[in-house]
Design a protein around this ligand. Sequence first.
Ligand code: KG4
Ligand code: ZN
Length: 353
Amino acid sequence: MTPLMILPMIRILTIETTCDETAAAVVTDSLEVLGSVVASQDNLHQKFGGVVPEIASRAHLENIVPVIDETIHRAGILLSDLDAVAVANTPGLAGSLLVGLSAAKALCVALRKPLIAINHLQAHIYACKIAFREDPFPCIGLIVSGGHSNFYRCATPLDFTPLGGTIDDAAGEAFDKVAAMLGLPYPGGPSIQKAAEKGNPKTYSFPRSLLDEPDRLAFSFSGLKTAVRYRLVGPGKTTDPAVIAAGLPKQEIADIAASFQEAVVDCLVGKSIQALRKTGMKTLCLGGGVAANERFRQKMENAAKNEQIRLFIAPITLCTDNAVMGAIAVERFHAKLFEPLDLDIYPGLIRNK
Ligand code: KG4
Ligand code: ZN
């Protein structure tokens, strides 16, 4: 009889600093989360109505060591127990990415452990696998975040092919900008969702761009944004829409928020169905902050039932930025896809090595 070999557990520290969350997690090769910490910077950016890159990178600098310390503490391990350190190095804000990458490299040098690169967008899709403990690959992945609204054909966790995306604003960006126009606090997505709860989504029929072009896997939200602006200030006027919004009854703000949210959701749901039909794929994974939107989740679930497709949407805490989704590094660890210590950041470029 061959003796049973017990393989040691692999533990990877994952670091996420692509935008305005400083996050770290310790994950195992069986996708168990031993510890996870997310330090949000929302309060720092709120008064500016959006993320200020310089403030974000400074805050990451202050937070990165305490966040990693706390993660290791929660995981109940020592740094020396780690098998690798993984870090999101693309895409994101340059200054923010640099902080995470520098921390990861320093740890790799000190601990003599391998370095793994994480693509932040791919990690958002991988969050579905972690949450459901079920393999969603191959699938169509839709990432809807503050900076991206992109479709991918995800053959495996290591093989993502871009299929198309927004030609102007990202969905989250549209939420953030319209929230600012309505005088609602940053981040705009949750504020608009809350305001929309009391609103009627049928009050205004805002545009649903590109839905009439089923072969084009693209989004456009700038016309929708302009439509909201015109509703508030009228065409050709330079008045700050937030000033007008401040004088409107709460019900009117709720109705605009609900009508806007409905238009974004209809575009996201409609284009997802078009992507599935066009590619013949039967599984859809959603990731990114906008996938936390309740109306979107509800309408996508209904559409998935009608179309008989498998739908994976991670729980809300795994939709917005976190380091647990960096467990995609486990796949790279097994494939021995390690990086040299001169690994760079790629703020705009989406690498798929
Ligand atoms: O993925 P994420 O946390 O960070 C980026 O990678 O960008 O996404 C942040 C975006 C923000 O634009 C935020 O307004 C949006 O996700 N968001 C939402 C909701 N929660 C966050 N949008 C709509 N509804 C939500 N509930
Ligand atoms: Zn993100």
